[in-house]
Design a protein around this ligand. Structure first.
Ligand code: MG
Length: 501
């Protein structure tokens, strides 16, 4: 059996190495490639994708998984071998259950939908996008049916992003979360003028923003001998191995927080990516436990650390150094208030911590209704605007700042948005547990000593890689089930102090 498992590993290593090569091409495409490189790059990437797919779906892999399964289980469900096979089987089943004509149809439909979405968003023209969205909803239903015939479709799609989770567990969490947030948002709304963020607007030289972003992630523990940070149109993280993880940030000349917090967010993803044990290299266990857990890591550094009072205290000297004259008379408290100003906004990606999850609640409600057939695509803009009004008390003036703002549905990702809220909830649970263990967290953060919180996350979360389902990982890490109370406590405590209610 050892020999068969070794053969399986050898096959997977090749798939993984080729996948990394493709990821390098994708990184280069978004970071350094000149526009003229696009057609040749598309050819190379699709050739590699086909090679990876055929090697990853080779019948021998399925056979070897089957032959080694019981042997691995006998070593214990948490053993390296059993976890290895569980994650690999999941990927293998997914890749082999979808007929190749369907995969082709799905990818062509998604490309067409994305192009239609881009121009619809530009012209705020939902009707031109509607037929494409109808097609993507239908494709999602069919995909779910191929993957798990007869199972509720939303459960199957959600499981692609949040392994092991069901809608019946998710829905009460999201409802509790938005109900819990409503009184907080009402209280903030009555005191909106109390907080100003004017000091974050102005003219901030972009080279200085990037230099500061490098200093910040280095302080957090991002190892530049095993990664780099560049600039791209949208921030992202990718990795080619445990010791080559790339992050990008963006800069907005007139709005300083964009680069700082994008950088901290992506750094959180990268620290997780760099934090798996060396024995997980070239195995399916290197990738992280799911999108919600990944997002808990990015949000932890971005918000629970980055938007904390002690962090602002630590950051201020760096701001003064990089932007001479601009922060001389700004106090840490003023900076803290400015980066935590909360206001209802139309756009999810610009939302603050207090309002963010309401955007997710709206998308969850609408995407489940679309998938169930309870909501027709043509009625989506109306349902969107009604939801915005109910949750935020504001109505988008057009579909571009309403229902057309996100790219996700056009790409065919339904069941993905909730992982953002799951990440916030988990980050709050981890933060509470960490603060119980590390007594002087605020003092450490104020002094720029980020190694103890990172070591805590390495020990509780990172070293397990994809070994456990997210819910099991949380239980392992802190002995708790998923819950909303820590996040609601955190938000209430923080914002009632900021807005004095
Ligand atoms: Mg993220």
């Amino acid at each position: 059996m050892e020999n068969k498992f070794a053969e399986l590993r050898k096959r997977y290593e090749e798939v993984s190495a080729l996948g990394s090569a493709r990821a390098v091409l994708a990184w280069d495409q978004r970071v350094t490639m000149p526009p003229g490189g696009a057609p040749a790059r598309a050819r190379s990437m699709s050739a590699l994708a086909r090679t990876v797919h055929s090697k990853a779906t080779a019948p021998e892999i399925g056979r070897l998984i089957g032959e080694t399964w019981d042997w691995a289980q006998a070593k214990g469900p948490d053993s390296f071998e059993a976890a290895y096979l569980r994650v690999l089987k999941r990927d293998y089943d997914h890749a082999t259950k979808l007929p190749s004509e369907f995969v082709g149809e799905m990818s062509a439909a998604a490309s067409a939908a994305m192009a239609a979405w881009e121009s619809a968003k530009k012209n705020s023209d939902f009707p031109s996008f509607a037929p494409h969205l109808e097609k993507m909803v239908d494709i999602n239903r069919r995909q779910a049916e191929y993957l798990a015939p007869g199972e509720p479709h939303y459960d199957t799609l959600l499981d692609l992003y949040e392994p092991g989770m069901r809608r019946a567990e998710l829905e009460p969490l999201l409802t509790e979360l938005s109900e819990g947030m409503k009184p907080v948002l009402r209280a903030i709304a009555e005191r909106r003028a109390a907080v100003s963020n004017e000091i974050l607007k102005g003219d901030f030289e972009e080279g200085a923003q990037l230099a500061l972003a490098d200093e910040i992630v280095k302080a957090l523990g991002f190892d530049f001998s095993k990664g780099r940070q560049d600039r791209s149109v949208h921030p992202f993280t990718t990795g080619f191995s445990l010791s080559d993880v790339r992050i990008t940030t963006w800069t907005m000349r007139g709005w300083l927080p964009a680069s700082i917090y994008a950088s901290m967010h992506e750094c959180g993803h990268a620290l997780y990516g760099m934090g798996a044990p060396a024995e997980f290299e070239l195995t399916p266990l290197a990738g992280g436990a799911g999108l919600g857990v990944h997002e808990s890591q990015s949000r932890f550094w971005e918000n629970f650390v980055g938007r904390s009072r002690p962090f602002c205290e630590w950051l201020l000297p760096g701001l003064r150094r990089h932007f001479p004259g601009k922060f001389d008379r700004v106090s840490p408290e003023q900076f803290y208030l400015a980066v935590n100003k909360s206001e209802p906004s139309f756009i999810r990606v610009e939302a603050d911590e207090a309002t963010y999850d309401m955007h997710i609640a709206l998308r969850f409600r609408l995407e489940t209704a679309l998938l169930d057939g309870a909501l027709k695509v043509k009625d989506l803009p109306g349902a969107w605007n009604a939801g915005m009004n109910e949750l935020f008390g504001i109505t988008p003036k057009n579909d571009a700042e309403g229902v057309l703002q996100d790219v996700h549905w056009s790409q065919g990702t339904i069941g993905y948005f909730p992982t953002y809220s799951l990440g916030n909830l988990m980050a709050a649970q981890l933060d509470e547990a960490m603060r119980a263990d590390i007594k002087d967290m605020d003092g450490l953060i104020a002094r720029g000593e980020f190694a103890p919180p990172l070591a805590w996350l390495r020990e509780r979360v990172h070293r397990h890689g994809a070994r456990y389902f997210p819910a099991d990982l949380l239980r392992k890490a802190i002995g708790k089930e998923r819950e909303t109370a820590p996040f609601l406590r955190y938000i209430k405590t923080k914002y009632s102090a900021i807005y004095k209610f």
